[in-house]
Design a binder for this molecule. Structure first.
Ligand SMILES: C=C1C[C@]23C[C@@]1(O)CC[C@H]2[C@@]12CCC[C@@](C)(C(=O)O1)[C@H]2[C@@H]3C(=O)O
Ligand SMILES: O=C(O)CCC(=O)C(=O)O
Ligand SMILES: [Fe+2]
Length: 359
């Protein structure tokens, strides 16, 4: 069975790029981490332009959701129904992990060809300067890594794993619903999803949980937390711990800061959603910065299709005037393509025949 955990086997990350900076022992931004942030796309005043805010309890929010998918590829949402203590607990455990001594965190270092463990985001490969961040990715109950992170502390291991398991359980139920709602806003239902009734079944969808840390930075205007990227997922649900730093790119406008709203979650629509929706839903380019006063953490849940299921534009969106824009691909295959070609990966999947017939 093909699995996304094998996605990096063909193209492993360079070992030296996986190791984050020893943030405990730096008092300045070293040359290796010093970025010149381009002003070609300016950062806009969030008072003049902001990400749509969707109230999930509002039955009339369908057109707002559709607009958010088509125009932005992202939105914030309130009244999602997930109890706040789930976020408090995941944030406590996330901070506990990242405030461990460097050597202890390195004991759970991700291997070059793997998805899970401690280290720098995979996209580091595509940027010449190093990013001001560290991350920990997990799938399921991460006891193997927890025993390395907290040796001889079984209570701490269990507390960490339990909080992560609980969070993933909440997110799994929630993202399945949210995916249905977003399809609804595009005039579709879950029954229109070809893998929903497949042998693997919808419940076998895959997800990766990513804990992100942006330690306090002495000079944030010359450092990049996480560099511009799109997510490969169908949907990413992001908890940003009430701390500013996230920005999304709006064409012709610039980088729009995503101002944290108490209790709200951010939804990013990813590359696979762009493909499934035959290009209707935008895959949002985003980045995040550290700041000089608070240690920013965020928790991203990457919701994707079942392992091995081929993703292709949904049949209901295809007709003579709207040929399929993309060739079928599994999440694993797409991650492999992205590992090699990064932001050009989507273009490589474009169905050239469709482009010709629509010219
Ligand atoms: C399933 C995945 C999404 C992700 C790549 C990964 O294999 C596991 C880590 C994820 C992450 C987290 C930080 C940002 C990101 C772009 C990256 O480099 O690794 C995302 C990946 C993604 O959406 O492509
Ligand atoms: O920390 C953030 O706000 C963004 C994180 C992110 O983009 C990701 O994990 O893919
Ligand atoms: Fe992201």
């Amino acid at each position: 069975m093909s699995s996304i955990t094998d996605s990096y086997k063909a193209n492993p990350m360079k070992p030296n790029l996986i190791i984050p900076l020893d943030f405990d022992n730096v008092h300045d931004v070293p040359e290796s981490h010093r970025w010149t942030i381009s002003t070609e796309d300016p950062v806009v005043d969030p008072a003049t332009c902001s990400l749509p805010l969707v109230d999930l309890s509002d039955p009339n929010s369908t057109s707002l959701k559709r607009q958010a998918c088509e125009k932005w590829g992202a939105f914030q949402m309130i009244n999602h129904g997930i109890p706040l203590n789930v976020f408090e607990e995941v944030e406590i455990q996330t901070r506990r992990l990242f405030t461990l001594p460097t050597q202890q965190k390195l004991s759970a270092l991700r291997s070059p060809d793997s998805v899970t463990g401690y280290g720098m985001p995979h996209i580091q490969t595509f940027y010449p300067k190093l990013m001001w961040t560290e991350g920990f990715q997990l799938i399921g109950y991460p006891m193997k890594d927890a025993t390395k992170l907290w040796p001889n502390q079984p209570d701490q291991q269990t507390n960490f794993c339990d909080a992560m398991e609980k969070y993933q359980k909440e997110m799994k139920a929630f993202t399945e619903k949210l995916f249905g709602m977003l399809l609804g806003s595009l005039g579709l239902t879950l029954e229109d999803v070809h893998w929903y009734n497949s042998a693997e079944g919808f419940s076998k969808h895959i997800a990766v949980l990513s804990l992100n840390s942006y330690p306090v930075c002495p000079d944030p205007s010359h450092a990049m937390g996480i560099a511009p990227h799109t997510d490969t997922s169908l949907i990413t649900v992001l908890y940003q711990s009430g701390t500013t730093g996230l920005q999304v790119l709006q064409d012709g406008v610039g980088w729009v800061p995503v101002t944290p709203i108490a209790g709200a979650l951010v939804v990013n629509l990813g590359d696979l959603m762009h493909m499934v929706s035959n290009g209707l839903s935008k895959s949002i380019l985003h980045r995040a910065f550290a700041n000089n006063s608070n240690h920013r953490v965020s928790v991203a849940y990457f919701f994707g299709p079942p392992s091995g299921s081929e993703i292709s534009p949904l049949a209901k969106l295809i007709d003579h005037d709207h040929p399929p824009e993309f060739n079928p691909v599994t999440w694993k295959e797409f991650l492999e393509t992205k590992t090699k070609h990064f932001l050009k990966a989507i273009e490589l999947l474009r169905n050239k025949g469709a482009a010709k017939s629509s010219e």
